[in-house]
Design a protein around this ligand. Structure first.
Ligand SMILES: CC(=O)N[C@H]1[C@@H](OP(=O)(O)OP(=O)(O)OC[C@H]2O[C@@H](n3ccc(=O)[nH]c3=O)[C@H](O)[C@@H]2O)O[C@H](CO)[C@@H](O)[C@@H]1O[C@H](C)C(=O)N[C@@H](C)C(=O)N[C@H](CCC(=O)O)C(=O)O
Ligand SMILES: Nc1ncnc2c1ncn2[C@@H]1O[C@H](COP(=O)(O)OP(=O)(O)OP(=O)(O)O)[C@@H](O)[C@H]1O
Length: 485
């Protein structure tokens, strides 16, 4: 491919060499460079890609894309740009033939609800006959292929590669999670989303290598509304005005607010034998009733968001209702039927904020007891242990403290830290270090009307102990327990 074709959407200076050079492939990891590669020098959190220039030149790289002048032999073309991450997005889009132009692209950002919403959208659109690709925290679904995820939003090169594979596999659209990191690091540059969704925002991801403060986090997330044609935003979010500041897209809103274009009204929390759900009326741009077997007020927001998106795909009200009735998201308030007497669910809540929102919403169902089982990861901040302990102690009637990826730490040491948090409350607790035994205890001691939450693992299917990942899927553990194994 000609270099000029790859640079068509970029401002750059050609410092040396030939702008018409032939490029064999586009690479941002020196270990993958071959003869004729275009190598992008990315300044990372760990290492500066510019330091690999001598190495990649030796391997035969023909073009270097850089943010600062570098020493290179005359036959190597050097392209200077302001930001190599942004350049990577544009070059990758051109390299893969602008695959986003062959797809309807839906990007979902927000502190909470991204994963849940993307799966709901996929479920509704597929039920209506669309072929849908997905990119998110759990996995990427590219045609028939499922690829486990490393990041919520992969590097721009990977996004463009997945888009091409999706379009080639006959997908009509892609729904993807867009993290604030991704927006900040231009992973989703190089194309314009057809729809940009903003679920909500609360302080999160603030710290080294993430965002310096809440304002920065909000500004990065809001960038999505300058990278999409239609923005769909939560009208109830208390930061609404700041979120939409500077948007360049057409705007639609959803929420409970009378000002929202698509509204939820007459919301009810409903429950039956061993299950919980929600029921509400959609009003405004559409009018119909929704019933979903996924609990919690936030499920109203997530489903309303999904409806607001799918409205643009001309999905009938009947198809939306039917798809939502059966929608399930792995490890996101996923109910597992073990009894007619009480409700058991698996949820990914693995920090105090998520646990607080989960337990608060489940309290609204007035359970006989709210039982919360969780552990905390080893070799990670102890703060989370104290905070989760305190949250569960305050909001659950019984906490079962157990293990969750102890890594190199002793499970009991982590449990002791969690107890420090719980002891600030008068919450009751028991400790059972072995997670399977802890789950068995929860099931065997379930009382009528209880809601039991297995928190923290969600979709994960392993337990990390002393540097090794051991298979451990809570669905399998539950089946084994029920079968007496
Ligand atoms: C801070 C950050 O964004 N890190 C990501 C990034 O690493 P980095 O750019 O810092 O890479 P680096 O290791 O310093 O290397 C710099 C450059 O040198 C290259 N290199 C490196 C070594 C070498 O021998 N040769 C070489 O050429 C690298 O390929 C890279 O291009 O590029 C890596 C590969 O593309 C990512 O896996 C990695 O994400 C890590 C795993 C991560 O956890 N990132 C977090 C902050 C993140 O992105 N989180 C968000 C938010 C989640 C949420 O909202 O819930 C997400 O989207 O996942
Ligand atoms: N709209 C929402 N508002 C508040 N909490 C939510 C919402 N949706 C889901 N949750 C809670 O947060 C947890 C994470 O939800 P989800 O994975 O959909 O969000 P996410 O934005 O992808 O988050 P993360 O980036 O942490 O994976 C759920 O298991 C649930 O407990």
């Amino acid at each position: 491919m000609k270099l000029t074709a790859l640079l068509e959407d970029l401002e750059y200076t050609c410092c040396q060499g030939d702008e018409n050079a032939e490029v064999t492939d586009v690479v941002y990891d020196s270990r993958k460079v071959q003869k004729g590669s275009l190598f992008l020098c990315i300044r990372g959190a760990v290492v500066d890609g510019h330091t690999f220039v001598p190495d990649v030149v030796k391997k035969g790289a023909g073009v270097l894309v850089v943010e600062e002048k570098v020493e290179a032999p005359e036959h190597v073309t050097v392209i200077l740009v302001k930001d190599t991450r942004y350049a990577m997005a544009c070059i990758s889009a051109a390299y893969f033939g602008h695959p986003a132009r062959r797809l309807k692209t839906i990007g979902v950002t927000g502190t909470k609800g991204k994963t849940t919403t993307t799966y709901m959208v996929k479920s509704i659109l597929e039920n209506a006959g669309y072929r849908v690709g997905l990119i998110g925290t759990i996995e990427a679904i590219v045609g028939d292929k499922v690829i486990p995820a490393v990041n919520t939003t992969p590097e721009s090169y990977v996004i463009q590669k997945y888009f091409k594979e999706m379009a080639d596999a006959g997908c009509d659209c892609v729904v993807m999670e867009v993290s604030s990191q991704a927006l900040m690091l231009h992973r989703t540059a190089g194309f314009e989303f057809d729809f940009g969704i903003f679920t909500n925002i609360e302080p999160d991801h603030i710290g080294p290598n993430e965002h310096r403060d809440f304002q920065h986090y909000l500004e990065c997330k809001s960038m999505l509304l300058r990278q999409c044609k239609v923005g769909i935003v939560n009208r109830d979010d208390k930061h609404f005005e700041q979120i939409i500041k500077g948007h360049t897209c057409a705007l639609e809103t959803f929420g409970f607010s009378e000002k929202a274009d698509l509204r939820a009204e007459d919301a009810k929390l409903v429950s039956g034998k061993g299950w919980l759900g929600i029921d509400y009326q959609v009003r405004g741009m559409m009018n119909f009733q929704v019933e979903i077997d996924i609990p919690g007020k936030f499920s109203i927001y997530n489903s309303l968001t999904a409806i607001a998106i799918c409205r643009h795909f001309k999905v009938s009200e009947k198809d939306i209702v039917n798809a939502l009735r059966v929608a399930k998201v792995k490890g996101r308030i996923e109910m597992i039927k073990v009894s007619d007497e009480f409700t058991l669910m698996i949820d990914y809540a693995h920090n105090a904020m998520a646990l607080e929102s989960l337990l608060t919403t489940l309290r609204e169902y007035h359970p006989h007891r709210l039982v919360c089982l969780f552990g905390c990861g080893g070799n990670r901040s102890k703060l989370r242990r104290y905070e989760m302990g305190e949250t569960s102690g305050r909001l659950a009637d019984l906490t079962i403290i157990t293990s969750d990826n102890p890594r190199y730490e002793k499970p009991q040491a982590i449990i002791d830290d969690i107890k420090v948090g719980i002891s600030k409350t008068d919450g009751k607790y028991i400790e059972i270090a072995d997670r399977k035994e802890a789950i068995a205890y929860a099931i065997h001691h379930g009382e009528p009307g209880d809601i039991i939450i297995l928190a923290g693992k969600g979709h994960e299917d392993y337990q990390e102990i002393e540097g090794k990942k051991y298979p451990m899927d809570e669905r399998v553990l539950i089946a084994d327990i029920l079968a007496g194994r």
